[in-house]
Design a protein around this ligand. Structure first.
Ligand SMILES: N#Cc1cccc(-c2csc(Nc3cc(F)ccc3O)n2)c1
Length: 331
């Protein structure tokens, strides 16, 4: 068994990710074990790092369109982190090249990636509070102030990614992780991410290996096969907000006609915001769900509107008693 797993710098992981993208799995690779670990907490042994031998799966912590994510433990150091296992053929180098070396507090750090035959394991920091999608499922829906609180943090992360010419490509509650006390939100899963070349992605349509995100959160310009840009993340973040407020994805409450057609041709779903919401919250969704990308707010513009809405909502809250939500976190 030839192993070539080593503890290296981030640029080595970027290089091997690009090499994986170019190579196709074939039979003799079935025993290959190669990769890069970015932290001393995960230790390759004689250039190998294999499941059951050097690390063990503990329990499943998340499963969804992204596959399965496990809590894992390094046998030598006892260090624990999260691991996502995906077939080599489904791997896009952008899952690693877009998020390695980022230092935003809103982006989950990646600790390394290792190929074991036909599988790729991506290791990242374990986030104990599970996903925002799991919180919505547990609670049914989130109160307006909590929805605005999490949207503000997601937009902080998008501000950072867009400033680094990175488009996340699949912003949704399942890909937002929460700290144990649920006060901190983090973006993860860069499997759909795209490097935006410095000028806007005006001239590019889907690149050949573009992996579409979640349909209910997909911006109209993608459905129309038109030019697209970082603004697609803004649209998705507002679809995620409707999911938080209503407990269901937008467009799913009336079953008429195919989804892509509704998204492409019908009015934006900002009317799905609950009637009980503050007008300033409606204004946030109206600004983020503009069908024309050039009229749609940027992450920082939208964040400003969210923070204004938060002030209005909290002021109104002091005006009248509001049922205290079951989840407690500071702020
Ligand atoms: N920790 C953790 C945890 C808990 C629940 C869901 C998820 C989750 C949802 S998408 C996701 N992506 C992901 C997880 C990895 F471990 C490594 C790379 C990834 O892209 N993880 C992570």
């Amino acid at each position: 068994l030839k192993g070539s797993v080593s503890n290296e710098e981030p640029r080595s992981l970027i290089a091997i990710a690009k090499m994986w993208k170019k190579s196709i799995p074939d039979s003799e690779d079935s025993v290959q074990n190669e990769g890069i670990l970015l932290t001393e907490e995960l230790k390759a042994v004689d250039y190998e790092y294999q499941e059951r031998i050097h690390w063990t799966k503990l329990q499943l912590v998340g499963s969804g369109s992204y596959g399965e994510v496990f809590k894992m433990q390094d046998k030598k150091t006892q260090f624990q982190c999260a691991a996502k296992k995906l077939p080599f053929g489904c791997f896009r180098s952008e899952e690693l090249t877009t998020c390695i070396g980022l230092t935003s507090p809103r982006v989950v750090p990646v600790y390394g990636a290792v190929r074991e035959g036909p599988w790729i394991m991506i290791f990242m920091k374990l986030i104990e509070g599970g996903s925002l999608g799991q919180l919505i499922k547990e609670s049914g829906f989130l109160p307006e102030n909590k929805a605005l609180y999490y949207l503000d943090q997601v937009l902080e992360g998008l501000e950072y990614l867009h400033a680094h010419d990175i488009l996340h490509g699949d912003v949704k509650a399942d890909n937002v992780l929460l700290s144990k006390d649920r006060s901190q939100a983090f973006l993860c899963d860069f499997g759909h991410a795209v490097h935006l070349i410095p000028e806007d992605l005006r001239n590019s349509r889907m690149s050949d290996d573009y992996l579409p995100g979640t349909q209910t959160h997909m911006a109209p310009e993608i459905m129309m096969g038109m030019h697209w840009s970082s603004k697609i993340d803004i649209w998705s973040s507002c679809c995620m907000t409707l999911h938080m407020l209503n407990g269901c994805h937008p467009w799913t409450r009336d079953s008429s006609g195919p989804l892509w057609f509704k998204i492409a041709h019908e009015a934006a779903p900002w009317k799905e915001v609950p009637v009980s919401c503050n007008p300033f919250t409606v204004d946030v969704l109206r600004a983020g769900l503009q069908k024309e990308p050039s009229r749609r707010a940027s992450a920082s513009e939208l964040r400003g509107k969210v923070e204004l809405a938060q002030q209005k909502v909290s002021l109104r809250r002091f005006g009248q008693e509001e049922k205290t939500s079951s989840h407690s976190f500071p702020g």
